[in-house]
Ligand binder design. Structure first.
Ligand code: AHR
Length: 509
């Protein structure tokens, strides 16, 4: 029997709901076909947005959506995507598959999508091939309420009131597809570009800088050294870095030997989890550097691209990055989201790559059909953590050894919501061994508990002909003894355990 201990007396920071964010790029069938089908489509839609997809994203309380890229962002010229549909430019999406981009999904459509989902928009501007003026005018077009050329253009295009834009990224992967800059060059460029990301009237914008690729600690150091603006230090009133992004993808076996999303053996499974668990070390490493400059944690770490990256499905366009999704991906999502929760003092947003039909998608579509992936169900199990207070938690895990990897067999995070309910999300990484768990709350007695679980073979998945193979259900057999609960967690499983210990929020250190 393994122990799981949740300590309601030791509370951490609030878990920012934006940790449960999403990312949708003009890549393959993510936007076109996956989200946007156009108002004249036979597929049920509202103003061109697929109703099934919007409803599914609402159901997991998707809090924020990052757009238009990705690498696409640094080739995107926003003026190509406004005005009458007939007048919009056709271009080639050079980065992703060389297909025609007709710009039918642009700024107005993105804000319509966010309104339908009920999520916040997060736009990434073009630094790599765009100008300061272009970026500045985009912000003006979106957020300015007065008399100005851009506000006038927006009105001409049918939108009277400005939109709210709470998050703006100053470029994407500017160390790579966003201009191949070295850290010093980008730091200088960031200082310049962000100056003209203006905040009009009440619209407050969190300015998010391009951060490191994976373990590039030098990049983080350079950015903090040059762009973190402490009071009375380095820079004027209009100079801020509110967030630093981190991109980390799980490539089992490295970029060259990733393997299939569906067909893999135990070794590949452990390799995948070993690589996914590196997120913990990356957050610690980058946070350590950030803490030297910013002990008050005013700059958030924004993990705005994360997820698994395998070979594309056979017969699909290699530039579309379409992959299936199994219980292995659900386990990756479970441990990654636990890791973000446990570091919520520094991690303020994360955006899984990507929402529909691309990489570790939460939703897959095929014409009018839609399926929810195992990863989607993990977001559903974890949604109760949004804006809750992190609680200290500990699970007695044992390492599973496989090749160069030592994988803990259990992984947890816990929180307490405003209603007093205590929630733990627990992952059993073992592909074949269930675990008996005894869970206590220290000095508090558990009054009642209920749990939902997602479990299956490591390579189980949902398909268009069998969409319900992997889905959550109640975890049966929870018993209470002496104020603690006992239950058995199946192999290869992600569970949400909701505990009632009396209702009110416990005051703690
Ligand atoms: O998500 C796919 C791509 O991965 C993004 O466009 C880019 O930012 C990253 O390299």
């Amino acid at each position: 029997m393994r122990r799981l201990v949740i300590n309601p007396a030791r509370k951490g920071a609030a878990i920012n709901k934006n940790i449960y964010g999403h990312f949708a790029e003009h890549l393959g069938r993510c936007i076109y076909g996956g989200i946007f089908v156009g108002a004249s489509s036979q597929i049920p839609n509202v103003n061109g947005m697929r109703t099934d997809v919007v409803e599914a994203l609402k159901a997991i309380k998707a809090p924020v959506l990052r757009w238009p890229g990705g690498c696409f962002a640094d080739e995107y010229h926003w003026m190509d995507g406004i005005g009458s549909q007939a007048g919009r430019k056709n271009m080639i999406n050079t980065h992703w598959g060389g297909v025609v981009e007709d710009n039918s999904f642009g700024t107005h459509e993105f804000f319509e999508l966010c309104a339908q989902i009920g999520c916040d928009p997060y736009i990434t501007g073009n630094v790599g091939s765009g100008t300061v003026r272009e970026m500045s005018e985009w912000v003006e077009y979106i957020t300015f309420d007065g008399v100005s050329p851009m506000a006038g253009l927006r009105r001409e295009n049918g939108r009277e009131a400005p939109w709210k834009l709470p998050f703006f990224g100053v470029g994407n992967e500017n160390w790579g597809c966003g201009g191949n800059m070295c850290a010093g060059t980008y730091a200088r460029t960031y200082r310049q570009y962000q100056t003209y990301v203006r905040e009009y009237a009440e619209n407050k914008i969190a300015k998010i800088a391009c951060g490191p690729n994976s373990d590039d600690y030098e990049w983080t150091q350079t950015m903090m050294d040059n762009c973190h603006c402490r009071k009375g230090h380095k820079g004027g009133a209009n100079f801020r870095m509110d967030g630093l992004s981190l991109h980390y993808y799980t490539y089992p076996g490295g970029r060259e030997n990733r393997g299939s999303a569906l067909h893999f053996d135990y070794e590949k499974y452990f390799q995948t989890l070993g690589e996914a668990l590196r997120m913990e070390a990356l957050i610690r490493g980058h946070s350590f550097i950030m803490d030297q400059y910013d002990p008050e944690k005013t700059v958030g770490l924004v993990v705005d691209e994360w997820g698994t990256w395998y070979d594309v499905e056979e017969g699909t366009n290699p530039g579309f990055l379409y992959q299936q999704n199994t219980m292995r991906d659900a386990i990756v999502a479970g441990v990654t989201l636990n890791t973000f929760n446990n570091h919520c003092d520094r991690v303020v947003m994360a955006n899984i790559a990507q929402t529909v039909n691309v990489l570790q998608a939460v939703i897959l579509t095929q014409d009018e059909k839609m399926i929810l992936t195992p990863t989607y169900h993990v977001f559903d199990l974890y949604k109760g953590h949004q804006d809750a207070l992190l609680l200290e938690s500990y699970v007695e895990a044992q390492d599973i050894l496989c090749g160069e990897y030592a994988i803990p067999d259990l992984h947890v995070s816990a929180s307490q919501g405003g209603d007093g309910a205590i929630r733990a999300t627990l992952v059993n990484l073992s592909p074949n061994r269930e675990q008996a768990i005894k869970c206590g709350l220290g000095e508090l007695n558990i009054k009642s508990a209920a749990a939902r679980v997602l479990a299956g073979a490591m390579d189980a998945y949902n398909d268009f002909d069998a969409p319900g193979i992997v889905q959550p259900g109640p975890l049966e057999g929870i018993t209470i003894h002496g104020g603690e609960i006992d239950f058995v967690l199946p192999a290869c499983a992600v569970a949400e355990i909701v505990i009632d210990a009396g209702g009110s929020l416990v005051q703690g250190s």
